[in-house]
Ligand binder design. Structure first.
Ligand SMILES: Cc1cc2nc3c(=O)[nH]c(=O)nc-3n(C[C@H](O)[C@H](O)[C@H](O)COP(=O)(O)OP(=O)(O)OC[C@H]3O[C@@H](n4cnc5c(N)ncnc54)[C@H](O)[C@@H]3O)c2cc1C
Length: 336
């Protein structure tokens, strides 16, 4: 197996889907990117894969998602007909410090509100809300209605004590409109895939308010797949875009890079041959190793990323990525 070079790239996956089947498919794609098992994706593999992640507690992959609820009082039901009102204030109080994992906005001057969270945030929040029976029941029943695989309600587990409230799902288009409106509601989760080197992924994952799933050098065996490195800037002039190969034999610099990359790959292969697992043999892999990662976050998080990384202080390859992300958002009028 050989050594190849590719350029860094950024692909946008838009706003996280608001329907369960789209959400499960996206989470599966993110998760399988870690293990490079995308070839195992089939028409009906997503639900099983995501439930496996959930049961193993690999909940960070479930962060590549978004569920936005609109919770309103039902005007048809007279005030006081039910128990304590489920209001914006009540929800804030119940969430306590968990509020930072959500976006919560009051609707007008009434008691209704919008509440957003990724699946992982909602799962943890439902857990923390156990002392708040009626409030938790409403959220679980609503989420379970829209995303039954992720939030199974269970027979009779949810009491029907909230007939004075109604919860609806806010779709991805509506989320975008609200973000772009003067109200700037930070509701949608935007998903990107970066292909970059391990040195840059290490910088990307420092942005803690975003969510990440990254190709695993512990599980992936590059001895079988070949080793791909990200093209360093000084080699741009020695790279054939058509073939995707370094123009060796014409440029001494390209020859030198190809040789040093092959030497490292050879050492990696020798370690595998003497029985080391990929997670141990990886010690010799270079910073330039190509890595694929999915990153999800709301506009506020991406704005912060762009501000810090599209800067003359930043490394040129993360700056390139930040500029691509900036361009995506500018495409529908979001600037920073
Ligand atoms: C040019 C440049 C050079 C750098 N050089 C280095 C370096 O030499 N060494 C190094 O270690 N790092 C370096 N970094 C990384 C940098 O220190 C940050 O880790 C990275 O930029 C992420 O920024 P952040 O923490 O603001 O973002 P995020 O982690 O996304 O946080 C966003 C915001 O959330 C809040 N927040 C998140 N977590 C916490 C918390 N635990 N406590 C309080 N507030 C929180 C803060 O308001 C923060 O601004 C560099 C970054 C840049 C852009």
């Amino acid at each position: 197996m050989s050594v190849r070079f590719v350029k860094s790239s950024v692909a946008s996956f838009g706003a996280a889907p608001a329907d369960e089947s789209g959400a499960l498919r996206l989470i599966e794609l993110c998760g399988r990117t870690a293990y490079k098992s995308e070839d195992k994706i089939t028409e009906d593999s997503a639900k099983k894969f995501v439930l496996m992640l959930k049961s193993h507690g690999h909940l960070s992959v479930l962060e590549h998602s978004n569920a936005v609820l609109k919770i309103e009082k039902d005007p048809a039901v007279p005030a006081g007909a039910q128990g304590a009102p489920i209001s914006f204030e009540r929800m804030l109080e119940a969430l306590g410090q968990r509020v930072s994992y959500h976006r919560l906005y009051r609707l007008g001057s009434g008691e209704g509100f919008l509440m957003a969270g990724n699946f992982r945030a909602w799962l943890d929040t439902l857990d923390s809300l156990k002392p708040y029976g009626r409030l938790r029941d409403l959220l679980l029943a609503s989420l379970g209605g829209f995303f039954p695989a992720i939030f199974p309600v269970g027979d009779g587990a949810v009491r029907e004590t909230f007939r004075d409230c109604r919860a609806s799902l806010v779709g991805a288009e509506e989320q975008l409109e609200l973000l772009k409106s003067g109200l700037s509601l930070d509701l949608p989760v935007f998903v990107f895939k970066f292909v970059c080197d391990r040195g840059i992924t290490h910088e990307v994952v420092r942005h803690r308010v975003l969510s990440f799933t990254q190709e695993s050098t512990r599980y992936v065996n590059y001895g079988n797949r070949g080793m791909i490195l990200i093209l360093p800037e000084e080699l741009y002039g020695c790279f054939d875009e058509q073939t995707g190969e370094l123009s060796t034999g014409r440029y001494p610099l390209a020859d030198a890079w190809q040789k040093r990359a092959e030497t490292l790959f050879d050492w990696y292969g020798q370690d595998l041959d003497r029985g080391l697992r990929p997670e141990i043999a990886r010690d010799i892999l270079p910073n330039l190793l190509k890595s694929e990662l999915f990153i999800s976050g709301r506009w506020s998080g991406w704005k912060h990323f762009i501000t810090l990384r599209d800067s003359s202080q930043a490394h040129p390859r993360i700056r390139f990525i930040a500029q691509e992300v900036r361009r995506y958002f500018e495409g529908f009028g979001l600037t920073c």
